[in-house]
Design a protein around this ligand. Structure first.
Ligand code: SAM
Length: 249
């Protein structure tokens, strides 16, 4: 899969993609990351990408021209089944694991990183396939949000995680597929020592009975979800009786 980032701060991505899982995957050609400098599609001396907002008001707005030309030259024959253009925006639908799985279906993902007051609305209306927000808060730019999207999609690519089960047994990976929710949280994890400052690891995890451990992990994951993110278990049709929890309310 190829991830393309369109940004006015190409250096921003040096850190996030030079470490850990994504960096290893890029080295082993499981994915490719291409950074595109939006200023390469400007023609004036100052390479300006922004302008004042019509109607007045604070701040500057990213102009449509460099963004349109960038996308059109990166994808001269854009195939909507293989290439997806995403505008990072605080106003988009919220990104979650389900979105990450959906984006995995594309061969190339081009992420447009906004700055300033945002991007001329015509980019959202006539260029991007979709807008994505990573949460209900405002960041200074789309780069951090794009890094989040790349990281979470990349780790779903087969072969990227050393242990393929890791992405099956983690938060948001299972129940949601059957219930239409985002999935439940991961179970709690523990490592040595078995007793730390007087707090013990649950006995069952020390016993080596794998069936019991699986059962405990499932229950613990559900219990943690109910405690921390109850909205993830609203009308879970499969399952609340199957898994021994009553339906709420
Ligand atoms: N005026 C905009 C608003 O109130 O919605 C905020 C613009 S923000 C300062 C600049 C850029 O950061 C946006 O164009 C977008 O690309 C990015 N951004 C900010 N918050 C974001 C979020 N929650 N998710 C994704 N991108 C975000």
């Amino acid at each position: 899969m190829i991830f393309r980032l369109l940004t006015i701060f190409p250096e921003f991505f040096r850190g996030p993609f030079e470490h850990g899982v994504v960096a290893r995957a890029a080295q082993s050609s499981l994915l490719r990351i291409e950074i595109h400098n939006l200023r390469d599609w400007t023609y004036d001396f100052h390479q300006s990408v922004d302008d004042r907002p019509f109607g007045g008001g604070e701040g500057m707005v990213l102009k449509p021209q460099p963004v349109f030309e960038a996308v059109e030259s990166i994808f001269p024959q854009r195939d909507p089944r293989k290439q997806r253009v995403v505008l990072l925006s605080a106003q988009g639908p919220l990104f979650n694991q389900r979105t990450a799985r959906r984006l995995l279906e594309f061969e190339e993902l081009l992420l447009i990183c906004g700055r300033y007051e945002g991007v001329d609305e015509r980019v959202s209306q006539h260029l991007a396939d979709e807008e994505i927000s990573i949460g209900d808060y405002v960041l200074s730019g789309g780069e951090l949000a794009a890094a989040v999207v790349v990281d979470s999609v990349a780790r779903l690519i087969p072969g990227v995680l050393g242990n393929p089960d890791s992405s099956i047994q983690e938060s948001f990976s299972d129940l949601g597929q059957e219930t239409g929710t985002s999935g439940i949280l991961d179970c709690p994890h523990y490592t040595r020592p078995a007793v730390f400052r007087g707090w013990s690891v649950p006995e069952v995890l020390l016993g080596g009975n794998h069936a019991e451990i699986r059962k405990w992990r499932r229950q613990a994951a559900l219990e943690k979800t109910r405690r921390l993110r109850p909205e993830l278990l609203p009308n879970a049709p499969i399952g609340l009786e199957k898994i021994g929890l009553e339906k709420k309310g």
